[in-house]
Design a binder for this molecule. Structure first.
Ligand SMILES: Cc1cc2nc3c(=O)[nH]c(=O)nc-3n(C[C@H](O)[C@H](O)[C@H](O)COP(=O)(O)OP(=O)(O)OC[C@H]3O[C@@H](n4cnc5c(N)ncnc54)[C@H](O)[C@@H]3O)c2cc1C
Length: 359
């Protein structure tokens, strides 16, 4: 195959799965000129549509290995992606900083050590007396919080992000097919994807971005890849009372693993649970709201206005995510588990380099 850039449009790429990973890959490759198709039958139920959009790259304490390299790359690339996506939607941005809080002295000691070791100026400790905690302490009715601010981390509105990418894909003439791939096979250096409808899609390159379900398509390949579904639930609290104004809180923060995103004066999102299951458990919702000695009245179950969940894929026996070549012309981008939104730029960068080995 001729690999000069002008001829990329002769190369047909099929991406299975239209979550954030499939979409970022499609945007990257279509921008380079590849003739790109995405196929997905139930996009609205995927985990990308359930995500909260936290971009927590710097604040994760593991600062070595492949996952740190990918996080580092993504942190660096996000501003470029925002600039590109702003051509379509100037309203898309990353709301910074990100605040991580804890009520545990032990966890705060760990955060302190982490901040001291990584003192490049992007992290700042938050002590119990910090002014930034004023509204949080008032609304949560406690003075036990302390933690860390990460000025490089933040949040992107995931719905706006996905909508903007969709518009860009349309502009790039990416073909989007609403269908399910039931099997894949290779014939004469081409990949054939068999659809639920019975139709077949032919491509030079096939990229599996279909999370847990990619295993069904590669079962015959003895790939040794193992994934487990991890369900995450999130809730929206609706509480109308002039004493509580969620907009007085920081724009996004985390308390002992729970993310908080104030939406309006009386609505706030909280997420998410970790459930090694594919059916959401009602009792797991308690973990999102019952974590203080005294639960504030607005944080009670009867104020839950909305609930939703998504199923992430977590690799077994190897780190997250899985970015691999499985065969000539066949690549997999799966197992993003908790931070697929954060890592989407690094994944698109990997695919754009890796694809050159296949053409
Ligand atoms: C409640 C919750 C909150 C989260 N919050 C964050 C966050 O704040 N920050 C962050 O970075 N990450 C977050 N995540 C994780 C993030 O959502 C995932 O890592 C990311 O969405 C994974 O994207 P994906 O494209 O790999 O998978 P998905 O979005 O699940 O997409 C996979 C797609 O493949 C399609 N598909 C499957 N099989 C087939 C087939 N055979 N044929 C065609 N299509 C197929 C599915 O329909 C689906 O649309 C959160 C997840 C949850 C559940």
């Amino acid at each position: 195959m001729n690999s000069s850039k002008e001829n990329f449009n002769n190369i047909k790429v099929l991406i299975i799965g239209s979550g954030i990973i499939g979409k970022f890959n499609a945007l990257e490759l279509s921008s380079q000129g590849f003739t790109t198709t995405i196929v997905d039958d139930s996009e609205s139920a995927n985990s990308s549509n359930a995500a909260l959009g936290m971009l927590m790259g710097e604040i994760y304490q593991k600062r070595h290995g492949r996952s740190w390299e990918l996080r580092k790359e993504s942190i660096k690339m996000w501003p470029k992606w925002i600039k590109k996506l702003n051509q379509i939607n100037p309203k898309l941005y990353i709301e910074k900083p990100f605040i991580q809080l804890t009520t545990s002295e032990k966890k705060f000691e760990k955060l302190k050590n982490f901040a001291t070791k990584n003192s490049e100026g992007n992290l700042q400790l938050v002590y119990k007396s910090s002014e930034i905690l004023h509204s949080i302490n008032k609304i949560f009715g406690t003075k036990k919080f302390q933690g860390l601010i990460s000025y490089k981390d933040g949040r992107i509105n995931p719905k706006l992000l996905l909508e903007t990418v969709d518009l860009y894909l349309k502009k790039n003439k990416v073909n989007i097919q609403k269908n399910k791939v039931t099997a894949i096979e290779k014939k004469a250096n081409k990949w054939i994807s068999i659809l639920n409808s019975g139709d077949k899609l032919l491509s030079d390159i096939l990229i599996l971005c279909n999370s847990n379900d990619c295993l069904k398509l590669i079962a015959h390949k003895n790939s040794k890849i193992e994934l487990q579904p991890v369900l995450g639930q999130a809730i929206e609290i609706h509480y109308e009372n002039s004493d509580v104004n969620f907009l007085s809180l920081p724009k996004n923060f985390n308390i002992d693993g729970r993310n908080f995103i104030p939406l309006t004066e009386n609505r706030i999102i909280i997420g998410s649970t970790d459930e090694y299951n594919i059916i959401p458990k009602k009792e797991k919702i308690s973990e999102l709201i019952e974590f203080l000695d005294e639960t504030p009245i607005w944080l009670k179950k009867n104020n839950i206005h909305k609930k939703w969940y998504g199923i992430r894929s977590k690799p077994r026996g190897e780190p997250s995510p899985i970015l691999k070549t499985l065969d000539q012309g066949l690549m997999i981008c799966s197992g993003f588990y908790k931070n697929g939104i954060l890592l989407a730029p690094a994944c698109a960068s990997w695919i754009s380099k890796e694809i050159k080995n296949h053409i």
